[in-house]
Design a protein around this ligand. Structure first.
Ligand code: B12
Length: 316
């Protein structure tokens, strides 16, 4: 046991929090190191560490430190106690009464509307530019709720809030970049099972379109549903898309446009001609709104819709 006990610095590094945060958790909430060796600083035992992990996870999800500490203290301190540490089902409810946003200490907020505590925790981490917390929150939320709910309940409300903040102030572009990066990283960790056949679904952003996160969420959600995909990514010129279709013969192609200027329906129309015409060509994203799409091309309205429609089409 003595060998396993850790110094505050080592614990802070493992958890990705500051040593001063550990000190606060110790002084205010009694989550301190319990191993005492004469003449040395106290050390954190594996049980202390378990409690701190609960504290870290819950505070990262937006639960207040006091409440998180009360859950953390329920983690048994001796190995032989039968009580398990709190799992996601026993966590405090996510839908508390809401304020309109989160302050970063400088009076700036990201509005998250009626979204829950996780979205608020994410918004706070984004405003703090805390990349580690952003990744933690997104990956634990995906693990707990799956990609679709993590996107709809936490990631999307915060992205929309960041966009509103940017539109109102022309500021926080750095926040937008960091959260985008963190979402990309977390979504890419969703397990892609090795497929026995080549992917039949091709996902791509429209020409000059830099927004790709919804497609990345779609790829991850489809992976969870056991549907492999190819994701071409941002700014795909129509000729390159044509080449990709000709070379891989996908059953389904989804073209994302976020901005009105990238939603040119001719990109969709040209996929409907040619020898390797996909069974389903679908449009997705607000860039297509108000545009006259080819008759055969549906506009997918949500991540849930997209997963349902594509899963069905790819199975045919
Ligand atoms: C992240 C982000 C970026 C990142 C993108 C990173 C990446 N890898 O994707 C970066 C920093 C690159 C970026 C760049 C720019 N951005 Co930007 N960006 C955003 C932000 C915050 C989120 C984008 C996103 O993922 N949206 C997806 C979801 C969260 O939002 P949504 O599309 O509105 O969701 C609706 C539907 O699409 C649907 N839905 C949601 N998810 C899914 C998933 C699927 C599969 C389906 C089918 C449907 C669906 O449900 C929602 C309700 O109907 C938005 C804010 C916003 N509200 O979207 C701004 C936003 C889209 N960007 C904007 C702008 C102006 C730009 C830039 C021009 C900025 C600049 N001056 O350089 C450039 C664009 C360059 C280009 N040519 O593409 C504006 C667009 C305004 C407009 N309507 O024209 C927005 C709206 C911000 C704002 N309010 O001003 N951006």
């Amino acid at each position: 046991m003595a060998d396993e006990a850790l110094t505050a610095g080592a614990v802070a590094r493992r958890l990705g929090v500051a040593v001063t945060t550990l000190r606060t958790w110790h002084q205010r909430y009694g989550l301190g190191p319990s191993q005492h060796v004469a003449g040395q600083h106290r050390r954190y035992t594996p049980q202390d560490m378990e409690r701190l992990q609960v504290m870290r996870r819950l505070t990262a999800q937006g639960v207040t430190p006091a409440e998180a500490a009360s859950w953390a203290r329920r983690v048994p301190i001796s190995d032989d106690s039968p009580e398990p540490p709190p799992g996601p089902e026993s966590l405090p409810p996510d839908a508390e009464p809401l304020d309109e946003g989160f302050r970063d200490g400088g009076g700036h907020t990201i509005p998250v509307g009626r979204a829950g505590a996780t979205a608020r925790g994410l918004a706070r981490a984004a405003m703090r530019l805390d990349a580690q917390a952003l990744r933690d929150i997104i990956t634990t939320t995906i693990a707990d709720r799956g990609v679709v709910r993590a996107w709809d309940e936490a990631i999307m409300p915060v992205l929309v809030g960041v966009g509103e903040r940017y539109a109102a102030s022309l500021k926080f572009i750095e926040v937008e970049h960091l959260i985008s990066r963190s979402v990309t990283e977390a979504l890419s960790t969703v397990d892609r099972k090795p497929a026995s056949t080549s992917p039949r679904v091709l996902l791509t952003a429209a020409d000059e379109e830099q927004h790709t996160l919804p497609l990345e969420a779609l790829a991850a959600a489809l992976a969870e549903a056991g549907v492999p995909t190819r994701l071409l990514g941002a700014r795909v010129p129509p000729d390159a898309l044509g080449q990709a279709v000709a070379r891989t013969g996908p059953a389904v192609v989804v073209l994302w446009s976020q901005l009105p200027e990238t939603g040119d329906p001719r990109q969709l129309a040209r996929l409907l001609i040619g020898p390797r015409r996909p069974m389903l060509v679908a449009a997705a994203g607000p860039g297509w709104h108000g545009k006259q799409l080819p008759d055969e091309v549906p506009l997918l309205g949500s991540l849930t819709d997209a997963v349902r429609v594509i899963t069905a089409a790819a199975a045919e």
